[in-house]
Design a protein around this ligand. Structure first.
Ligand SMILES: *[C@@H]1O[C@H](CO)[C@@H](O)[C@H](O)[C@H]1NC(C)=O
Ligand SMILES: *[C@@H]1O[C@H](CO)[C@@H](O)[C@H](O)[C@H]1NC(C)=O
Ligand SMILES: *[C@@H]1O[C@H](CO)[C@@H](O)[C@H](O)[C@H]1NC(C)=O
Ligand SMILES: *[C@@H]1O[C@H](CO)[C@@H](O)[C@H](O)[C@H]1NC(C)=O
Ligand SMILES: *[C@@H]1O[C@H](CO)[C@@H](O)[C@H](O)[C@H]1NC(C)=O
Length: 391
């Protein structure tokens, strides 16, 4: 009898050991995933769409998500394409606010941020995020795009000449027309882009932005940003796969001299500090959530899926010149000296595939008109009647 008992207990101990090991392996796997990822997809989202930061690509992602989940968008009132920019945002800039207040899900059009007014529109469970870009390349992009609207840019030959002596071209009294020329992000976040750069003031603003936004993405690490976005919102990989929208042709990108690059840090010192700060918090966030190793894996998955979809959808392997876009309705809006690129779709796709592909490449103005017509069928807005969508 005692022999039998011992036989039993030895096996029992072995079984315990095996269970323990399985547990360790399971836990390791568990902690390898992001402990802060929400267990269901967040559907209330506010995106502060900053200028010249690849934010049109993010907007396309949000539009697609809104359609997939039948969400309500806080779209600009009337015939506007933005939410009152460059004025500080007011709740009444949103179509239908008086009757629908706080029942919107997604807000993502250009605005100059104003938290108390945004809170009147969005539910209190909303996740706020935005995107920032290195002020050096931001300046170059802003110059090309706003060349003919911005007095400070109009008066100079090119971005290097402008930066060699900005005060020659920049007149502080022309403030709102010149916001593209100095501390552009600072302005978009609702602050004074000509404010004195003092330590206390900058710290105060950084703290305020940190408080309002749960997540800050970076254009310069766009794929990493998409992974972080998906993890923060509990979304799927396919929700954040994208085709680059509103990109410029290589020949409309002006190279900046080393002196110009250094000068931006001083001329746009508020934006420079803003970017430095959120570049640090971005990498800290990655470490606290998925870690660098998992990040790399996820970025690879994203790029593989993107490649797959590009092969499925696109006629050309890269974005193409506007003159080469066959369907005029799919031409992106053009501005300044920038040659904004677009796409041609493959022919003879199945209807379902065509729908998926079309959503990925539709420029923001056309996509917005479509969503507007869908959400407010009774309003007569000059909709770019998208016959393709109805398939
Ligand atoms: C989408 O939402 C609207 C209102 O929010 C509702 O009337 C409609 O039935 C929904 N459609 C689907 C397909 O769920
Ligand atoms: C959010 O709003 C709901 C209803 O509007 C309210 O019941 C709830 O207490 C609010 N939660 C927070 C954290 O403010
Ligand atoms: C700056 O702009 C203001 C207002 O438009 C104008 O009165 C002033 O003369 C301008 N200053 C310079 C130096 O051009
Ligand atoms: C942003 O952070 C990364 C990682 O720490 C660093 O390599 C990079 O130089 C930073 N960029 C700027 C513009 O400071
Ligand atoms: C695809 O869409 C076209 C145009 O609306 C329609 O005529 C056709 O029947 C659709 N094909 C399928 C397989 O649904």
């Amino acid at each position: 009898d005692s022999l039998d008992l011992c036989f039993f207990c030895r096996h029992f101990r072995l079984l315990g050991l095996v269970t323990l090991w399985l547990g360790v392996i399971f836990l390791a796997g568990f902690f390898h995933t992001n402990p802060l990822r929400p267990s269901y997809p967040q559907t209330n989202v506010m995106f502060l769409k900053t200028h010249k930061t690849a934010s049109s690509t993010v907007m396309n992602i949000l539009f697609r998500f809104a359609e997939k989940h039948n969400l309500t968008l806080a779209l600009p009132a009337g015939q506007n394409y933005h939410l009152g920019y460059p004025h500080r945002f007011m709740a009444q800039f949103v179509e239908g606010f008086k009757t629908m207040g706080q029942s919107y899900n997604i807000m993502c059009n250009h605005m100059r941020f104003n938290l108390p007014e945004v809170q009147k529109v969005m539910p209190n469970t909303t996740t706020y995020f935005s995107i920032m870009r290195n002020p050096i390349s931001l300046m170059e992009s802003s110059y090309a795009y706003n060349k003919f609207f911005t007095p400070a840019f109009r008066r100079s030959k090119d971005v290097n000449e402008f930066l060699a002596s900005p005060w020659t071209y920049y007149n502080m009294s022309e403030c709102t027309n010149n916001v593209h020329a100095r501390n552009y992000m600072w302005f978009d976040f609702g602050y004074d882009n000509n404010a004195m750069d003092t330590e206390d003031y900058v710290q105060h603003v950084l703290a305020e932005i940190e408080q309002a936004f749960q997540l800050m993405l970076l254009t310069d690490y766009f794929d990493e940003s998409m992974v972080l976005l998906k993890e923060t919102l509990g979304w799927e990989l396919d929700d954040v796969v994208y085709f680059k929208l509103n990109s410029r042709s290589q020949d409309s990108i002006k190279s900046m001299t080393p002196e110009s690059k250094e000068k931006v840090k001083e001329w746009c010192s508020l934006d420079w500090k803003l970017y430095q700060h959120f570049n640090r918090t971005f990498w800290r966030r990655i470490q606290e959530t998925i870690g660098l190793e998992k990040l790399d894996q996820e970025v690879n998955l994203l790029r593989m899926r993107q490649k797959e979809l590009m092969e499925l959808c696109l006629l050309d392997p890269m974005p193409i010149d506007k003159t080469k876009i066959k369907d005029k309705k799919l031409q992106p809006f053009q501005s300044g000296r920038a040659n904004i690129l677009g796409y041609n779709l493959k022919e003879d796709m199945a209807n379902e595939t065509l729908r998926t592909c079309l959503r990925l490449i539709t420029p923001e103005l056309q996509y917005m008109s479509y969503l507007y017509a869908h959400q407010f069928p009774e309003k007569k807005r000059k909709s770019t009647a998208f016959s393709l969508w109805r398939r």
